[in-house]
Design a protein around this ligand. Structure first.
Ligand code: AMP
Length: 403
């Protein structure tokens, strides 16, 4: 963490007003009840630490996509109860994030109190990274702390401009996230394996191009493997039975060539599970990739030989980074490969043999489905930001917190 500022670099916080940019963008049901409190819970250690240091904590966040105007469906009032429960203390809600109501509330705040301000994205200036808006956000604020790693790929006003206007640092969650991703990809113990699955090659080109420069072994699975299989000359991989992208065949071939030149071993499926229909419990069988029948059955998972090959390759590795499921994990039994490899990686992690880092949208649900969500070294709940980090891009909301 030596590269980034932490709470330890902020000096005495006693009596100071600290703006915490959190990511409280939690999922809710139609009755505005929070259905997953993970993002709230994970920022609690930072809030508690700031309180214990005598700071007055003012929490800001976005929720949903209100497109620059007030919209009660996306009001942060809906999360107050869950935040209070997680903190075990009262939270004072202010119905704006800038302006007189906020100024008044901050003026009357006592040490050890917590304010939660209304959704930042009720103002279009937030997403534009507007400097004047950032000035308004930090008015009456002494110090800025960010725990919103999952928004760090956006140069929004509260993420970047506000951080520049005050002494600033990472919160503990941001620190944890940066440390884990650095261990996973920037400064890993080798050999390093990446598993990339999911649906389409076209959405993961930057990711693949960065990984072939950094990792020793790259497992390509899920729907995106179909384009690579076809580009390697495997027969009967077509648009009827797979997610092959014919316009990406040349790109896939170039990626494989570049990987070879970089000394990165690409591991493709050796067998696949094909199903008569695209639905749970559909009639299915496992076939060798050199024996895929031309009967229109969909390729929904990778087979036992591929699972065993991935495990053997992983045995030789010290670090694993993972994005994307190996098959259609939402439908049983096509979650088998994802579950087996995830459980094996969890076991190696528990035995201290590997560092395992995973993240990005569906990966979190896929690993939860495999019941390993607490058994990896780190699972990032950041979707886009995690992917951009894996793509090798600098995230503006992280870069601004450099020493
Ligand atoms: P992504 O958002 O690109 O990581 O893709 C995740 C999605 O890929 C999940 O919804 C999976 O069901 C889907 N997926 C994985 N393997 C396959 C496959 N063999 N065929 C179709 N979809 C797949």
């Amino acid at each position: 963490m030596s590269e980034y500022k932490t709470i330890d670099d902020l000096g005495d916080l006693n009596g100071k007003v600290v703006m915490l940019r959190a990511d409280l963008n939690v999922p809710m049901n139609e009755n505005f009840q929070v259905t997953n409190t993970a993002r709230i819970i994970r920022t609690v250690p930072t809030i508690k630490e700031l309180i214990s240091k005598g700071a007055k904590v003012v929490i800001t966040s976005h929720l949903g996509r209100p497109e620059g105007k007030g919209d009660m469906a996306n009001s942060l009032t809906h999360i107050v109860k869950d935040l209070e429960k997680a903190l075990n203390k009262k939270v004072i809600f202010v119905d704006d994030c800038i302006g007189p109501h906020v100024e008044e509330a901050i003026k009357h705040m006592k040490s050890d109190e917590v304010l939660l301000l209304e959704n930042l994205r009720f103002y279009k200036e937030e997403s534009k990274g507007d400097e004047n808006f950032a000035q308004k956000l930090v008015k009456n604020v002494d110090v800025y702390v960010s725990d919103a790693f999952s928004t760090a790929h956006r140069a929004h006003a509260s993420m970047v401009a506000a951080a520049r206007l005050r002494p600033s640092s990472c919160g503990r969650l941001m620190e944890e996230e940066i440390n884990a991703l650095t261990k996973g990809l920037n400064n890993p113990e080798r050999p390093l394996m990446a598993i990339v699955g999911g649906s389409k090659v076209s959405t993961k080109l930057d990711l693949l191009n960065n990984l072939i420069k950094k990792v020793d072994k790259l497992v390509i699975s899920g729907g995106m493997a179909h384009t690579f299989m076809s580009a390697s000359g495997i027969k009967n991989v077509n648009e009827k039975n797979s997610l092959v992208q014919p316009d990406m065949l040349d790109t896939a071939a170039e990626i494989m060539k570049a990987a070879k030149a970089n000394g990165c071993k690409i591991i493709l499926p050796q067998d696949v599970v094909i199903a008569e229909e695209f639905k749970a419990e559909a009639k299915h069988e496992t076939v060798d990739v050199n024996n895929i029948p031309d009967n229109g059955w969909s390729m929904l998972d990778v087979g036992t030989k591929t699972i065993a090959a991935i495990k053997t390759e992983l045995d030789e590795c010290k670090t694993l980074v993972w994005n994307g499921p190996l098959g259609v994990f939402e439908m049983k039994p096509f979650d088998t490969a994802t579950n087996e490899v995830a459980q094996y990686a969890a076991q190696l992690t528990e035995q201290g043999k590997i560092v395992s880092v995973a993240g990005g949208g569906d990966t979190v649900s896929a690993l939860a489905n495999a019941k390993v969500e607490n058994k990896f070294t780190y699972i990032s709940t950041a979707g886009g930001a995690f992917l951009e980090w894996m793509e090798g891009k600098e995230l503006p909301g992280v870069a601004v917190l450099k020493k």
